[in-house]
Design a binder for this molecule. Structure first.
Ligand SMILES: NC(=O)C1=CN([C@@H]2O[C@H](COP(=O)(O)OP(=O)(O)OC[C@H]3O[C@@H](n4cnc5c(N)ncnc54)[C@H](OP(=O)(O)O)[C@@H]3O)[C@@H](O)[C@H]2O)C=CC1
Ligand SMILES: O=C1O[C@H](COP(=O)(O)O)[C@@H](O)[C@H](O)[C@H]1O
Length: 486
């Protein structure tokens, strides 16, 4: 739905074999399913939502109209109801609304959906007596950024919470749909060799990195209101941090996993200004939609410390006033218009006494070319007794040849249809995420912290690498990776 005239497009129906029952017992429901994309003419819908929907082979109808009035939504309801009547609707009508919209219109759109477009109960054809609502449902997918800070997010949550139950609200963070993000808990908790090492005694620092080699390009107007912390760090990278740092959940049930995520978020210490570097690429303000005095960061490195037994250094009782030894630094780094595109988790282990060659690193590359590798020291092959840096390498393209890794949105939309909220953000989780970043965001919004300029096509501000070094990261030199040939 957007603005302008109505028009309708039909596509082929879903292949019967494209779903299978999930291990945790969620089975395919039957009955007509209507998916409505609100914000259909926008960037997100074009880049992510439609391709994902297309891959799921669903019908897509396009209905345009204003967001604030009932009229358009009544027409939408009629369109969906007609479709449901044309199909076998005895199993219940299932309606999924995907809000690819700015959060400012979420409340009015949700109100209209509640008022006009909820799934219908089924009638006996002749007597018009309600017999059942079948397995019908109405679910709403909402995109990030969900609010601008703690207060606005809570306000939004309260407004939407009056209209829909938590079980109907799917707060999407597409990083949770990425293959290697979904692998994180399996790797951590299903492998013996990680269990005893995953803590402050062995891990020196963790980096969670997002780099893009293009700027805001046509999205300057949107981006300038949010900046890189709200666009990437407060949501995508923080969600990844949860999976890296959380304790083992009681089970893989969505609520158990989300309970642990909330706990770890609540244990994050307040961010210190001296552990933040902000940057803005030169040329960002040339975009006519960006104010000339914009203070918005397009790059940020933020260090988080987690106050719990696993990650925090114990206070040395001999030096109770000693400050600043705050435990393992989790360095969240994101930037636009840099010299490369990648997203990765880099876990760097502490030095081995007497070993000078390089620290062990465990790297999970989310994109591009999914890979998990472990940098380690081995004997250099040959007659001499010398050492060299090498790797244990699980490159997905090589190891899983012919396997298609689904797009994150494809997976998450399917989860919504199945009613599985494991990879979606719960309300209390969102609140805890905003609690971490709101003070810093307000300091930036008030101009108390300013981004340093950096040249597009570089690594970003040099200060960021200096901060990384200051918190303990030691770059490995002399490591050469030889890509395997297929
Ligand atoms: N299966 C696979 O595909 C594998 C691929 N490789 C490849 O081998 C190459 C080397 O791997 P690896 O050593 O892990 O990764 P890199 O050499 O790319 O980066 C290592 C770390 O050093 C930082 N860094 C890079 N340049 C600088 C600099 N000038 N100053 C300060 N810090 C810097 C990086 O920061 P930042 O994150 O900001 O870049 C990153 O934290 C990479 O291209 C990698 O993709 C290796 C093993 C397996
Ligand atoms: O949510 C967002 O993510 C994209 C990057 O997504 P990816 O899956 O390609 O890593 C980013 O470009 C955009 O600014 C942001 O809003």
């Amino acid at each position: 739905m957007g603005t302008g005239e109505w028009h309708i497009e039909k596509r082929s129906t879903l292949r019967e074999d494209s779903f299978s029952e999930r291990e945790h017992g969620i089975s395919l429901e039957k009955g007509p399913l209507s998916i409505t994309v609100l914000g259909a003419s926008g960037d997100l819908a074009k880049k992510k939502t439609f391709p994902a929907l297309f891959n799921l082979y669903r019908q897509i109808k396009y209905v345009s109209g204003p967001y604030e009035t009932e009229e358009g939504f009544q027409l939408l309801d009629k369109e969906i109801s007609d479709y449901e009547s044309e199909n076998d609707h005895r199993e219940g009508s299932r309606r999924l609304f995907y809000l690819a919209l700015p959060p400012s219109v979420y409340p009015s759109v949700c109100r209209m959906i509640r008022l006009c477009c909820m799934n219908k109960c089924m009638f006996l054809e002749l007597s018009q007596v309600i017999v059942s609502c079948g397995d019908g449902w109405t679910r709403v997918i909402v995109e990030k950024p969900f609010g601008r800070d703690l207060e606005s997010s809570e306000q939004l949550s309260a407004q939407i919470g009056e209209l829909f139950d938590e079980s109907q609200i799917y707060r999407i963070d597409h990083y949770l749909g990425k293959e290697l993000v979904q692998n994180m808990l399996v790797m951590r908790f299903a492998n013996r060799f990680f269990l005893p090492l995953w803590n402050r005694d062995n891990i020196d620092n963790v980096q969670i990195v997002f780099r893009e080699d293009f700027g805001t390009e046509g999205r300057g107007g949107y981006f300038d209101q949010y900046g890189i912390i709200r666009d990437i760090i407060q949501n995508h990278l923080l969600q990844v941090l949860c999976l890296v740092a959380m304790e083992k959940p009681v089970s893989l049930k969505p609520e158990h996993i989300r309970d642990e995520k909330v706990k770890v978020l609540q244990a994050v210490n307040p961010i210190k200004d001296e552990e933040v570097v902000l940057g803005q690429y030169e040329g960002y303000k040339d975009d006519p939609t960006v104010p000339k005095d914009s203070n918005t960061p397009t790059f940020a490195t933020v260090v988080l410390r987690i106050h719990n037994e696993r990650w925090e250094e114990p206070i040395d009782n001999a030096f109770p006033n000693q400050c600043c030894v705050a435990g393992v630094p989790f360095v969240l780094k994101a930037g636009k218009a840099l010299n490369s595109r990648k997203a990765e988790i880099r876990v760097q282990f502490k030095d081995v006494p007497g070993q000078k060659q390089g620290r062990n690193e465990f790297v999970i590359r989310l994109q591009p070319s999914e890979a998990i590798y472990m940098k380690l020291t081995v004997k250099k092959p040959g007659l001499e007794m010398s050492t060299v840096q090498s790797e244990l390498d699980l490159s997905y393209r090589q190891r899983y040849q012919g396997v298609v890794i689904p797009e994150a949105y494809e997976r998450l939309i399917l989860d919504t249809i199945r009613g599985d909220q494991q990879h979606f953000v719960r309300r209390d989780e969102l609140r805890a995420a905003w609690e971490i970043f709101t003070p810093l965001l307000h300091r930036i919004d008030d101009g108390k912290m300013r981004p340093v300029p950096y040249k597009p096509g570089t690594r970003g501000p040099e200060e960021a690498d200096a901060l990384l070094e200051k918190v303990g990261y030691v770059q490995t030199h002399g490591y050469i990776w030889v890509p395997p040939s297929l």
